[in-house]
Design a protein around this ligand. Structure first.
Ligand SMILES: Cc1ncc(C[n+]2csc(CCOP(=O)(O)OP(=O)(O)O)c2C)c(N)n1
Length: 245
């Protein structure tokens, strides 16, 4: 019989505690599937700071380390410098990376740290109850922007992939989306590329994944995928923003 699907050994066989329709699970699986296919599960150390994915270590079948809010790039820097032969990645939300941790990620890229950063942009603070993030869209209603994000008060949403792409130490920067099967397949290619850049010791690699937060967006699973397509992708275009050969 032909095997058409196998549960990756990269994910432990547990019931997910993420909300229905949340794409953290897809992001987890893509990263772990790639590591499994590369035979790197035993040689990988991941760093997940606070945010909904604080429990990533429960699901990901690799060594994992927690970090304080926004500080995963500093922790990953230390780990990779102590274990230069290991595959090291960070997994950060937008509240984490684009707000309290902005300096950390910019300077990790600036120093050309040779780990891979995965940025899960769901345009909101998920874990803490749906507050506005720097990536929330203009007009987006959150618990701290109840009439919708206003440009006059909060500025325009921060585009992290474009920002990191301006940093000389970054070698590969791409934005992908988890809203459709075709985009998920592309996202997997981006994860593969990020790890291959790291494997070749070329420098810092960064993949932003547009992601859902149905609970805090107040939408069901299917509508959330549509919200990425209709609202996020027009503001956060997909593609490669930097690739240094
Ligand atoms: C120093 C510090 N400040 C604030 C918090 C509270 N806090 C926990 S997670 C979080 C934001 C999470 O949002 P995001 O990074 O976008 O991840 P998501 O939960 O949406 O996946 C905040 C503000 C904290 N844990 N530590």
């Amino acid at each position: 019989m032909e095997t058409v699907f196998e549960y990756t050994r990269g994910m432990l066989p547990l019931v997910s505690t993420y909300c229905p329709g949340c794409t953290h699970g897809i992001a987890h699986r893509l990263i772990m599937e790639v590591l499994d296919e590369k035979g790197d599960l035993g040689n990988t150390i991941g760093v997940a700071p606070v945010g909904c994915s604080i429990i990533a270590h429960q699901y990901m079948n690799v060594d994992m380390c927690e970090a304080a809010h926004g500080r995963a790039p500093a922790v990953a820097t230390a780990i990779h410098r102590v274990h230069p032969e290991a595959c090291v990645f960070t997994y950060q939300g937008d509240g984490d990376m684009a707000s309290i941790g902005t300096a950390e990620i910019v300077h990790a890229a600036h120093r050309g740290e040779k780990f891979s950063a995965f940025f899960i942009n769901n345009a909101i603070y998920g874990m803490t109850g749906g507050q506005m993030a720097p990536t929330s869209l203009i007009g987006q209603k959150t618990t701290t922007s109840i009439y919708g994000r206003s440009e006059a008060v909060s500025g325009k949403p921060l585009r992290m992939a474009e920002l990191i792409a301006t940093v000389e130490g970054a070698v590969y920067v791409e934005r992908v989306s988890l809203d459709s099967p075709a985009h998920v397949r592309k996202a997997k290619k981006a994860v593969e590329k990020a790890f291959s850049v790291q494997e070749q010791r070329l420098g810092f690699s960064f993949v932003e994944m547009l992601s859902t937060c149905p609970t805090n967006w107040g939408l069901d699973s299917v509508a959330s995928l549509g919200w990425i397509r209709d609202n996020m992708i027009p503001y956060y275009p997909l593609g490669v923003f930097r690739e240094v050969e």
